[in-house]
Design a protein around this ligand. Structure first.
Ligand SMILES: C[S@@+](CC[C@H](N)C(=O)[O-])C[C@H]1O[C@@H](n2cnc3c(N)ncnc32)[C@H](O)[C@@H]1O
Length: 217
């Protein structure tokens, strides 16, 4: 799933992953991470997710990163916001409205010196094939402050029954990707109540919610 796959998906309107409502598990679990006014949250591979607005409503500084300019522009226009556009280090164009910034560009080229109190990963790790997940997790770990937390939502299902994305990511892989720097807590494992049409045909689908806390550098 390289950049071309996602650019084509947006160009062809194949964006079933997008939810018109705030994600129920964000609303349920993010407050348990005890966010405080002015803290920073990174939303990797954010698409045009409404969840950015919900996080902004908690008085957080929200930083989304998204490849496709159509997704970024749609986020602002559909929510009737007028962002200011600036170019950042040639790799990214930043769209800023109050404390929401979406950097339009390749997540894998993100400035590695920026750190965050929180990361919200919904439909992001699972959007990537296994060969890309190690590098992705490195950036996630590097981007979290020590003591910072990541709310991570993944799916587990029989990968032989369906091609990703979204890919199935099991508990062993979460350990492999994150346990060197994070304490990992599984906070929920359930069949999701509403999912896109591709996943709804699966018998043993589970949606798993993890909290990763960065314990060491
Ligand atoms: C499955 S969608 C999920 C979007 C969002 N997290 C949501 O919940 O609606 C994955 C998104 O990642 C974006 N994407 C994929 N690869 C990327 C990359 N290397 N850098 C930035 N964005 C990327 C795609 O354009 C797509 O919008």
């Amino acid at each position: 799933m390289d950049s071309r796959f996602w650019i084509k998906a947006w160009n062809d309107g194949r964006t079933n992953f997008h939810q018109e409502d705030y994600h129920d598990k964000l609303i349920e679990f993010f407050p348990q991470l005890h966010p405080r006014n002015g803290q920073r949250v990174l939303v990797p591979l954010c698409g045009k997710s409404k969840d950015l607005l919900w996080l902004h409503g908690l008085n957080l500084h929200v930083h989304g990163v998204e490849l496709h300019d159509q997704a970024v522009e749609s986020f602002f226009s559909e929510n009737e916001l007028s962002p200011v556009k600036t170019t950042q280090e040639e790799e990214f164009i930043d769209y800023t409205h109050e404390n929401i910034v979406i950097s339009c560009g390749n997540f894998f080229k993100l400035n590695k010196n920026d750190t965050y109190d929180f990361i919200y990963d919904r439909a992001s790790l699972v959007a990537l094939p296994s060969a890309m997940r190690g590098s992705y997790a490195q950036i996630i770990k590097q981007s979290l402050k020590k003591g910072g937390k990541c709310l991570l939502i993944v799916y587990e299902y029989d990968q032989s029954k369906l091609d990703g994305p979204p890919f199935s990511i099991d508990a062993n892989e979460i350990l492999e990707l994150y346990e060197d720097q994070c304490a990992i807590t599984l906070v929920e494992s359930k069949k999701p109540t509403k999912e896109g049409s591709r996943l709804s045909s699966l018998d043993n689908l589970k949606q798993k919610i993890y909290v990763l806390e960065k314990t060491h550098e």
